[in-house]
Design a protein around this ligand. Structure first.
Ligand code: PMV
Length: 325
């Protein structure tokens, strides 16, 4: 392969699922049991730099300026898939402007950026869906961060299909992320999904109903029906967390401030404010709203005890190359 020398940098944004991916149908290929639907953010980013070094004896990885050997194996698997295992060894550096591993989809942004940087460094030309499928091998949600705006992922018969169903300018949704804990989550999503599939009495029902939720969310997006999207998103989020709560041993990612933020969002909505919440595998609460109400939502979340910080984002582009640096 025509490997490039020099540092290749790509950037991707995390995405927030409104219809969740929770459960795998093929562990080996990391294929999701169901479809999902998400929004790609713009204000949060991860940059991945890949530099092949023919003289290096081993791959190495730094995350936020620190060597991260524990995270290296997954990154190496991804690089091998994109560039082949006979590639030169590489130096990989990642940098994010938000807390990593705390339920903010940092792995989604990281692997989406990595496949883009690695394919350019290896001189392989792949379309966006192929890159998304490769990113999805390491983190199912990463497949969605290759695309902009509102993104739908269908499980497909053999591999996922992913597409943007609304460009970022088509529907100006805004997302406020209430950070309630900056520490890494106590249990990773792969292990948590496995436990839910094996022990929650509701797992089968969840899988069977996902298609209907996805369809309802797609319809709401097509009609720009904020209320309908919020209704399916909140219920879908709570169904996913119900699987966790009913697993053995149970998995509870929430803290007092998580619940406080949910309550604050419910109160705003009861007062006529267009807003709904969603929560991933972590204690942070993401409130989705429209631009004219973002300041009000921010203020309400900011007054919840235990909220450490609020991040604010619109919808953003898919993963892309930055100028080589
Ligand atoms: O892609 P993973 O393995 O990090 O799992 C993501 C799981 C959730 O964020 C909770 C849901 C989702 O669809 O993003």
């Amino acid at each position: 392969m025509p490997y490039r020398t020099g540092r290749i940098v790509a950037q991707a944004q995390p995405n927030i699922a409104l219809v969740k991916y929770w459960g795998k149908r093929d562990l080996e290929r990391n294929l999701p049991a169901t479809g999902s639907l998400s929004v790609t953010l713009d204000a949060l980013w991860t940059r991945m730099a890949v530099e092949f070094d023919p003289s290096a004896k081993a791959d190495s990885l730094a995350v936020g300026g620190r060597e991260a050997p524990d995270l290296l194996p997954r990154v190496v698997r991804c690089l091998d898939m994109v560039a082949g295992s006979d590639r030169p060894r590489a130096r990989i550096e990642s940098e994010s402007n938000f807390p990593v591993g705390a339920g903010l989809a940092s792995s989604a942004a990281a692997f989406a950026a990595l496949v883009v940087a690695a394919s350019r460094a290896a001189g392989v030309s792949l379309d966006t869906l192929s890159l998304a499928r490769l990113a999805g091998r390491q983190s199912g949600s990463a497949a969605r961060s290759l695309f902009e705006g509102v993104v739908a992922l269908d499980p497909g018969p053999d591999d996922v299909r992913v597409e943007s169903i609304a460009a970022r300018g088509d529907w100006p949704l805004e997302v406020l992320v209430a950070i309630t804990d900056r520490n890494a989550k106590p249990i990773g999503s792969t292990e948590a999904m496995r436990r839910c599939a094996e022990t929650s009495p509701f797992y089968r029902y969840w899988v069977d109903r996902q298609g209907a939720d996805l369809e309802a969310a797609r319809r709401a997006v097509a009609a720009r029906d904020f209320e309908a999207l919020g209704a399916v998103a909140e219920q879908n989020c709570l169904k996913m967390h119900s699987l966790m709560w009913t697993s053995r041993p149970p998995i509870v990612y929430w803290n007092d401030a998580t619940v406080g933020c949910m309550q604050a969002v419910r109160e705003l909505a009861a007062d006529g404010c267009p807003v709904f919440f969603t929560i991933d595998a972590g204690p942070q609460v993401k409130a989705v709203t429209l631009p004219h109400e973002a300041a009000r939502v921010r203020e309400a979340l900011g007054s919840v005890p235990g909220v450490l910080e609020i991040l604010h984002s619109g919808l953003g582009p898919g993963a892309r190359l930055l100028e080589s640096r």
